[in-house]
Write a protein that binds this ligand. Sequence first.
Ligand code: ADP
Ligand code: MG
Length: 664
Amino acid sequence: MHKKALDTPIQYIKGVGPKLAMLFAKLGVRTVENLIYFLPRDYEDRTRMKTISQLVPSPLETIKAKIDNVSVSNARMRNAVLKVRLIDQTGRIEAVWFNQKYLLRMFRLGMDLFVTGRVEINSFSGNLQISVRSFEIDTGSNPPIVPVYPLTEGLFPKKIRAISELVVQDYLDLVVDLVPKSVKDKYKLCDLKTALSSLHFPKEMKNIQKYQYRLIFDDFFFFQLGLGLRREKVKVEKGIGFEINRRGFHLPFELTNAQKRVLDEIRNDMKMPVPMSRLIQGDVGSGKTIVAALAAEIAISNGYQVALMAPTEILANQHFLKIATYLKGCKIKLLTGTTQRKKKTAELLDADLIVGTHALIEDKISFKKLGLVIIDEQHRFGVLQRAKLGKKGTNPDLLFLTATPIPRSLALTLYGDLDRSIIDELPPGRTPVKTHYVTNKKRKGAYEFIRKEVQAGRQVFVVCPLVQESEKLDLKAATDEANNLQNFVFTEFKVGLLHGRMKGEEKDQIMQAFKNKEINILVSTTVIEVGIDIPNATIMVIEHAERFGLSQLHQLRGRIGRGSSQSYCFLFSIAKTQDSRTRIKAMLDSTDGFYIAEVDLKLRGPGDFCGIRQSGLPDFHVADIVRDEEILRVARKAAFELEKEEIDALKNEVKRRYGKFLGY
Ligand code: ADP
Ligand code: MG
């Protein structure tokens, strides 16, 4: 006999053998606890059934009626149809089952049945019939409201119901409701066990939502507590209190109000002797680099070193060049896989600012006095990589940058332990990009338009998508396209090619040539996705736009519209599916990254959202960050206003649930 515990594998439950356990596993149910949290997705309300005379054609109805007559047609064929005439006080209707004549043995005249199915008109007789999806013999003890669980092939509703009934009865008392009473009172939450048992076996439909709310709240509450704890851990450590001397060094332009606001937030953090941990979100082109450079300047003028890590060589290179123009007089070094071989680490040691790629976190790289770490496109790095760079100093301030606008709900989940600043304003003088959807018929016209623009001195990006997740085919598609454009479409211009398999140096050469206008049209795979800054490039052509995710399309479009002249984005596409049409439409409707991100999140769900796949999402019992955003906010508030003793009492539970995800 097994000890009663929530982590008991369900295989040991009476009535569940290895075979059934395997089916349950397909639904994500392995333990008793999983099963307790495996909740009905819907309910059949038998307190509000229609009578037969009230029925009209409808996709789903449930009735209770008596068997009046039973017959089988095509009895010997495989497609036998079982017909049962049902009656109640108000009338009669025929119920039909296909290929289930074995049911014949179960039915007796006069027996009461609950029958659920589609109500339709029989095309021969012209009478209503009900095409049965599920049924149940009324034993007099059937629940008035029947839970409908998610199903998988081979696992029948009745079986699931029976097993969850057994498990809930036997094990529910092991579930401990740990949400403090103060929170339950304040947020009007019911008891956890009541919520669970009522959702499995409701007596009425009235409070279902209240019970669901309670469970979703529970998920978010403990997760947000975990984020709070992680944040706490960072904040109790002693950090560097930088002195902010407004040296006011010369900027090539005036900061936007958004940049000023964010810079103030950073300054306030850097002043405090507590490690900063701040995420700057800003659409492509919003001017994050200058803000990062000004933060770096604070650290440098206090005698500290700064490290800036970017996900690709191209980006690191670009930051390096740009920051060098902003921070004149500072010693700035570049460290990438390519430059590394040539440079001595000693030389790096006395730099004020080192801009680099992953090469920065290698063991042999060390700093004299690292005071600030800046990580660009931070979601492209793992938690460990980020931490590793931070460990090269003693509690340095951390500044994360991202050009991926992250919807609020997702940000609160993934980066809920960071302070956030948003640069929600573009530098002045930008003209919004005009976006066009181009079908094959209109391709020629678009090319002619592009020709005129290039003649006028503008430059063009042409992006080819990943072909079936294969870098090799991917490369071929881009190469073919470059050849095609060079030899057949734009013979008078110089077409260049950039792809992911090129070495860093090669890529840089091509980018440099493009920058110098030696190349008019640059065909590339998606390697240019982040951060490239070429103001003279005013046209972005995206081939097979339907294959890109929405946020990715938006990122690509952000490569243009950086100068003051009008820019154009052409989405070459045959949008066949509903999803791809929605994506294209969102691109045509808006240039606001946050709006686009919200649409993208709704389309794809949080699991697939741009860049999130690597980091994953916490494993909630019930909660869904998109659907339940409102509850997420409430639960976060509740978690963050707890008293210290209350938090201490919950630490173990937080660790049990989300320790792995949060990295404790
Ligand atoms: P991001 O990194 O957010 O994509 P960048 O920092 O690369 O944006 O800035 C995009 C371009 O805008 C750069 O050429 C930069 O010099 C310019 N820029 C940034 N801030 C301003 C500003 N306040 N006024 C004018 N131009 C700006
Ligand atoms: Mg940038």
